[in-house]
Design a binder for this molecule. Structure first.
Ligand code: FAD
Length: 317
């Protein structure tokens, strides 16, 4: 018996999320007194998964599986589950995982719970805590099937160091014509943009920035830092920024190393989504803004003066 992890990669490199699901899987494996096996699809790197608790990597190198294809990936995972006699499968909660998991659950007749935010509360019976009602609440769900699939919410658990000796084995699952009944021809991606889920640093703007025309300074600061850009809910509601950038209770969770909040008051619903970030820097004109209470560093000042100066200074490094 083992715990199997599905790792996401891009251009041959694991995404940050792969290390987070591996860390989560290690915690589950500790509870079940077993080990973690990971499966990778055309990823070049391998050893660093061992830093996060993976004992064995099944490495797929197959041109037919170069671009994500939910049906084909689910079939490959099904074969890995059988080979490893895995009873718990850990995946992320991104779009790929959300396409893949229900197909896999159908194939394995497995119970699947997405958006899980914490290690299992119990493994016998198996129960997990996950977000519910569009992240407005939490639910606790028991999985009663022999095979279980857990979708870990991005950035909820974090990436943990668990040094483990890892062995790497090539894995060549069968890929049938039926698996490739649909085939992505081309994937267009916005180049050079760091996603909130993968970012070490997030630069986020709120209503204090007055309008979308002022976002240039947020983007400049983000570029210097190699950061992702984000925003508060009203900013995306007003269409100043895309909805994909809205963080908080009803938006994306952020668990970056550094979260820079500019012109954001720090309402409880916003803080709910950023509390897992390690260091928070707040820039706000109002010294009484609630965000300062949750901040590690604060600058009381006008964003229109502070941010350009900060960006210029950082360019010197
Ligand atoms: P404001 O509250 O208007 O704050 C603007 C801040 O900018 C102020 O603190 C002000 O002092 C400062 N400021 C003004 N000018 C400057 C300047 N020149 N330089 C620097 N600072 C300046 N909100 C979220 O963000 N995420 C969520 O997921 C979310 N979910 C919600 C769910 C529910 C059910 C509800 C009811 C609300 C939710 N909200 C959410 C909204 C939340 O309650 C707040 O209204 C929102 O976070 C406020 O956004 P803000 O801080 O950008 O704007």
């Amino acid at each position: 018996m083992s715990v199997l992890v599905y790792t996401e990669s891009e251009n041959g490199k694991f995404k940050k999320n792969a290390y987070e699901v591996a860390s989560y899987a290690y915690e589950v494996a500790q509870q079940l007194k077993t080990t973690v096996t990971a499966i990778s699809f055309n990823a070049d790197s391998s050893e660093d998964l061992g830093d996060h608790g993976v004992s064995k990597l099944l490495q797929i190198t197959n041109d037919k599986l170069k671009t994500f294809n939910a049906k084909a990936y689910a079939h490959a995972l099904e074969q890995a589950v059988k080979k490893e006699n895995a009873t718990v499968i850990i995946i992320g909660s991104g779009m790929d995982a959300k396409y893949l998991a229900p197909i896999l659950a159908g194939k394995l007749r497995a119970g699947y719970v997405p958006n899980v935010v914490a290690p299992p509360e119990s493994t016998n019976p198996f129960s997990v805590k996950h977000t519910a009602f569009s992240n407005k609440g939490f639910a606790h769900t028991q999985i009663n099937t022999e095979t279980k699939i857990i979708g870990v919410s991005n950035n909820a658990f974090g990436v943990l160091e668990n040094k483990t000796e890892i062995s790497v084995a090539p894995f060549d699952p069968a890929v049938s014509e039926d698996d490739l009944s649909t085939k992505p021809i081309e994937v267009d991606k916005v180049a050079g943009k760091v996603t909130i889920a993968d970012a070490d640093i997030v630069v986020s703007g709120g209503r204090g920035l007055k309008g979308p025309e002022n976002w240039g300074m947020i983007e400049d600061l983000a570029e210097v830092l190699g950061a992702a850009t984000a925003c508060s809910k009203p900013v995306s509601d007003m269409g100043w920024r895309p909805h994909g950038e809205h963080v908080g209770q009803t938006g994306k969770p952020v668990a970056s190393n550094l979260y820079i909040a500019i012109g954001i008051s720090g309402a409880i619903q916003h803080l709910a989504g950023v509390s897992a970030s390690k260091t928070k820097l707040v820039i706000n004109t109002d010294p009484e803004a609630p965000f300062f209470k949750a901040a590690d560093y604060g600058i009381v000042g006008d964003a229109f003066e502070v941010v350009p100066k900060l960006t210029e200074k950082l360019k010197e490094f």
